[in-house]
Write a protein that binds this ligand. Structure first.
Ligand SMILES: [Zn+2]
Length: 116
Protein backbone atom coordinates (compact mmCIF):
# COMPACT_ATOMS: atom_id res chain seq x y z
CA UNK A 1 0.00 0.00 0.00
CA UNK A 2 2.75 2.42 0.98
CA UNK A 3 4.49 1.41 -2.21
CA UNK A 4 1.61 2.56 -4.35
CA UNK A 5 1.38 5.92 -2.61
CA UNK A 6 5.03 6.61 -3.30
CA UNK A 7 4.71 5.69 -6.94
CA UNK A 8 1.79 8.07 -7.36
CA UNK A 9 3.73 11.19 -6.46
CA UNK A 10 7.08 11.77 -8.05
CA UNK A 11 9.70 13.35 -5.83
CA UNK A 12 10.12 17.03 -6.48
CA UNK A 13 7.37 17.37 -9.05
CA UNK A 14 4.54 17.78 -6.59
CA UNK A 15 4.44 20.69 -4.20
CA UNK A 16 2.65 20.10 -0.94
CA UNK A 17 2.68 23.77 -0.12
CA UNK A 18 -0.67 25.37 0.23
CA UNK A 19 -0.51 28.46 -1.93
CA UNK A 20 -3.96 29.72 -1.03
CA UNK A 21 -3.80 29.48 2.74
CA UNK A 22 -1.82 32.61 3.42
CA UNK A 23 -2.78 32.57 7.08
CA UNK A 24 -1.59 29.06 8.00
CA UNK A 25 1.55 30.10 9.86
CA UNK A 26 3.86 33.06 10.06
CA UNK A 27 6.52 32.64 7.40
CA UNK A 28 9.87 34.03 6.55
CA UNK A 29 11.63 33.66 3.23
CA UNK A 30 15.32 32.93 2.90
CA UNK A 31 17.04 33.85 -0.35
CA UNK A 32 19.82 31.69 -1.75
CA UNK A 33 22.21 31.97 -4.69
CA UNK A 34 24.02 28.95 -6.13
CA UNK A 35 27.45 28.82 -7.77
CA UNK A 36 25.90 29.24 -11.20
CA UNK A 37 23.98 32.34 -10.19
CA UNK A 38 20.47 30.93 -9.77
CA UNK A 39 18.59 32.70 -7.03
CA UNK A 40 15.53 31.35 -5.27
CA UNK A 41 13.58 31.84 -2.08
CA UNK A 42 12.84 29.05 0.37
CA UNK A 43 9.91 29.60 2.75
CA UNK A 44 10.45 28.73 6.40
CA UNK A 45 8.18 28.95 9.38
CA UNK A 46 9.06 31.79 11.70
CA UNK A 47 10.43 29.48 14.42
CA UNK A 48 12.61 27.54 12.00
CA UNK A 49 16.35 27.83 12.21
CA UNK A 50 17.31 28.90 8.70
CA UNK A 51 20.26 27.00 7.24
CA UNK A 52 23.16 28.94 5.71
CA UNK A 53 23.15 26.79 2.58
CA UNK A 54 20.51 25.04 0.48
CA UNK A 55 20.70 22.78 -2.55
CA UNK A 56 19.91 24.63 -5.76
CA UNK A 57 16.62 23.45 -7.21
CA UNK A 58 17.89 23.64 -10.78
CA UNK A 59 21.32 22.04 -10.69
CA UNK A 60 21.73 20.64 -7.17
CA UNK A 61 24.85 22.65 -6.36
CA UNK A 62 25.22 24.23 -2.94
CA UNK A 63 23.60 27.65 -2.78
CA UNK A 64 24.57 30.16 -0.12
CA UNK A 65 22.10 32.30 1.73
CA UNK A 66 22.20 35.91 0.51
CA UNK A 67 19.89 37.65 2.97
CA UNK A 68 20.10 37.52 6.73
CA UNK A 69 22.99 37.70 9.16
CA UNK A 70 23.56 33.96 9.61
CA UNK A 71 25.85 33.53 6.60
CA UNK A 72 28.05 36.46 7.58
CA UNK A 73 29.13 34.76 10.77
CA UNK A 74 29.67 31.43 9.04
CA UNK A 75 31.73 32.86 6.19
CA UNK A 76 34.23 34.39 8.57
CA UNK A 77 35.05 31.03 10.11
CA UNK A 78 37.19 28.91 7.78
CA UNK A 79 37.06 25.12 8.13
CA UNK A 80 39.64 23.78 10.56
CA UNK A 81 42.34 21.57 9.12
CA UNK A 82 44.27 18.80 10.86
CA UNK A 83 47.17 21.21 11.00
CA UNK A 84 45.05 23.82 12.83
CA UNK A 85 44.04 21.26 15.44
CA UNK A 86 47.62 20.06 15.86
CA UNK A 87 48.97 23.56 16.30
CA UNK A 88 46.35 24.25 18.98
CA UNK A 89 47.73 21.45 21.12
CA UNK A 90 51.43 21.74 20.37
CA UNK A 91 53.90 24.54 19.79
CA UNK A 92 56.39 24.43 16.91
CA UNK A 93 59.19 23.76 19.42
CA UNK A 94 57.24 20.77 20.76
CA UNK A 95 56.76 19.47 17.25
CA UNK A 96 60.46 19.83 16.50
CA UNK A 97 61.26 17.81 19.61
CA UNK A 98 58.83 15.11 18.56
CA UNK A 99 60.27 15.10 15.04
CA UNK A 100 63.86 14.79 16.34
CA UNK A 101 62.73 11.99 18.64
CA UNK A 102 61.07 10.10 15.81
CA UNK A 103 64.10 10.57 13.55
CA UNK A 104 66.34 9.13 16.24
CA UNK A 105 64.06 6.12 16.53
CA UNK A 106 64.14 5.63 12.75
CA UNK A 107 67.94 5.99 12.60
CA UNK A 108 68.37 3.52 15.43
CA UNK A 109 66.05 1.05 13.74
CA UNK A 110 67.90 1.40 10.43
CA UNK A 111 71.33 0.79 11.98
CA UNK A 112 69.89 -2.20 13.87
CA UNK A 113 68.67 -3.85 10.68
CA UNK A 114 72.00 -3.15 8.98
CA UNK A 115 74.03 -4.81 11.72
CA UNK A 116 71.60 -7.72 12.01
ZN1 LIG B 1 21.78 26.57 -9.64
Amino acid sequence: MADRTLRGSRMGSVSYENEYGAEIAPRQGADYRCLRGHTFTVPFSEEAEIPGTWDCRLDGTVAERINGPVTEAKKVKPPRTHWDMLIERRSIADLEDVLAERLDVLKARRSNTKSA
